[in-house]
Design a protein around this ligand. Structure first.
Ligand code: FES
Ligand code: FES
Length: 156
């Protein structure tokens, strides 16, 4: 029997009806709420394509069962990162550096970087590489991605 699960996504209280409350958050975001920023890559927590923020922390939504989330926890997806029409500094920097080829990994790169920069001032290149070490890009766009995160770090 379908069960209603309450979530807070991109600043709004929402309910999703699911058959299995242990379903991954990623599926609810994409399939129930139509938020296609987070991508399905590996489904195993290994690639980072599905990354979202939960209470400001970057998490892999393919590995978060809905049943583990409280309605008060703030889930933010790529769609909720901008403030109105003002893009987040990391989004601006990725555009400025043209840091995407196919774009499949970019949701994860941006969400991971935004959470990283929120708690790390003036990161070194090594810090940035370490922060993104577990986000995979099959197109080999790493150099541009690192440049974009460096650029974003210079914007207050
Ligand atoms: S799809 Fe979630 S980490 Fe790969
Ligand atoms: S830009 Fe294609 S996987 Fe990263």
């Amino acid at each position: 029997m379908a069960k209603s699960v309450s979530l807070n996504v991109n600043g709004k209280a929402v309910k999703v009806n699911v058959d299995d409350p242990d379903m991954p958050l990623l599926y609810a975001l994409r399939d129930n709420l139509g938020l296609h920023g987070p991508r399905f890559g590996c489904g195993l927590g290994q690639c980072g394509a599905c990354t979202v923020h939960v209470d400001g922390k970057a998490v892999r939504s393919c590995r978060v069962p809905l049943s583990t989330l409280k309605a008060s926890q703030k889930v933010v997806t790529l769609e909720g990162l901008a403030k109105g029409k003002t893009l987040h500094r990391v989004q601006e920097a990725f555009i400025a550096e043209q840091a995407a080829q196919c774009g499949y990994c970019i949701n994860g790169m941006i969400m991971e970087s935004a959470a990283f920069l929120a708690k790390t001032k003036n990161p070194s290149e090594a810090d940035i590489k370490k922060a993104l070490a577990n986000n995979l890009c099959r197109c080999g766009t790493h150099a541009r991605i690192v440049r974009a995160v460096k650029r974003a770090a210079t914007v207050a």
